[in-house]
Ligand binder design. Structure first.
Ligand SMILES: [Zn+2]
Length: 70
């Protein structure tokens, strides 16, 4: 939950979450920048045979909290 003390600025501490790059049909997902935090960025990582998208968010970002809680 966002509070007035949430830190989602460019200098906020960041955390990452790994997401599937493609759906079950093998079609790539569109990636949109996070509208809830400024330090958002993404990188493509390879884990064994799988290609993943690693999204970085401010740790207090509500979208990030949603993602890591599944
Ligand atoms: Zn975010």
């Amino acid at each position: 939950m966002a509070t007035s003390e949430s830190n989602t600025t460019y200098s906020a501490p960041v955390g990452s979450v790994d997401l599937a790059a493609m759906n079950d049909e093998g079609e790539p997902y569109e990636i949109w920048p996070c509208g809830s935090c400024l330090p958002w960025h993404a990188e493509v990582v390879r884990a064994d045979e799988e290609v993943l998208v690693r999204e970085w968010h401010a740790v207090n970002c509500p979208e990030f909290q949603k993602l890591i809680k599944g």
